[in-house]
Unconditional design. Structure first.
Length: 259
């Protein structure tokens, strides 16, 4: 018998949806994936290609039609505190002050008030928001609210973070800043991260691996072995260009790029 995997394991997964007209749509087809604990994996692909379905399935927010999904050696049968999800949409509660937002998941775990407060302050400091713990979310910029969301999921100590285009709506400078914050938190905690993006450069900055998903299929699993930290020189290196061309070719974008 194969020993349980301590990261993420997806085996022979299909996901089918029935549309309003009664016809069946295949969102994922025969997907196999193993993510070791502590790895940072990015998923890239065109819109509607299955990226979000895959990460939502790992989160327990969608179920496979066939096949199996396990995380940390346990079958995924629904959402769990061991798996935290960060969406593109703003998920900070507007009726709670910043620190209360970070404490919310800790309260659900039954952590005493003094420990919740100390942990929330620790993680707000880690994302550079120690000075706004008492602020309302409406008083923060979009980038600062994303920092609150990061502080919240890391404070909860979930171990596995699933991120569905979390920075997609932000400007270039804010996104670059959040990349640094996220990578610092990842190095501090050793969390396992699966990060969905439509941006190839974002995947080059963040990932240990880049998965290319299109039409519900896994087209490639590319080792992104660029040295860290990944500044301009690393992102424009021959290896980075090679990876970018591979992804563009898989997604059928080469002709579009020439045009």
């Amino acid at each position: 018998m194969t020993a349980p995997h301590e990261g993420i394991e997806v085996r022979a997964v299909d996901v089918r949806y029935r549309r309003g007209d009664g016809r069946e749509t295949m969102a994922l087809r025969g997907v196999d994936l193993v993510v070791p604990r502590g790895q940072f994996v990015c998923i890239v692909g065109k819109s509607g290609g299955g990226k979000s379905t895959l990460v939502r399935m790992i989160a327990g927010l969608a179920r496979p039609s066939t096949g199996s999904v396990s995380v940390l050696g346990k079958p995924v049968e629904g959402p769990s505190a061991e798996r935290a999800m960060v969406f593109q949409e703003d998920t900070v509660f507007p009726w709670m002050r910043v620190q209360a937002n970070v404490e919310f998941a800790l309260r659900a775990k039954g952590i005493p008030a003094d420990m919740r407060a100390a942990r929330a302050k620790q993680w707000l400091a880690a994302v550079g928001l120690a000075d706004v713990a008492g602020a309302w979310p409406r008083e923060l910029s979009g980038g600062m609210r994303k920092r609150v969301a990061l502080a919240t999921v890391f404070a909860a100590d979930s171990g596995v973070l699933l991120m569905d285009e979390p920075f997609g709506a932000l400007d270039f400078v804010t996104r670059a800043t959040l990349h640094r914050v996220l990578l610092d938190l990842w190095r501090m905690t050793g969390a396992t991260i699966v990060f969905v993006t439509h941006d190839i450069e974002e995947a080059l900055v963040l990932g240990d691996r880049i998965l290319v998903v299109s039409d519900g299929r896994m087209l490639d699993d590319i080792a992104c072995d660029l040295p860290r930290p990944r500044g301009e020189d690393e992102r424009t290196s021959p290896r980075a260009v090679q990876i970018s061309k591979l992804i563009i070719g898989h997604l059928g974008l080469a002709e579009e790029t020439k045009a």
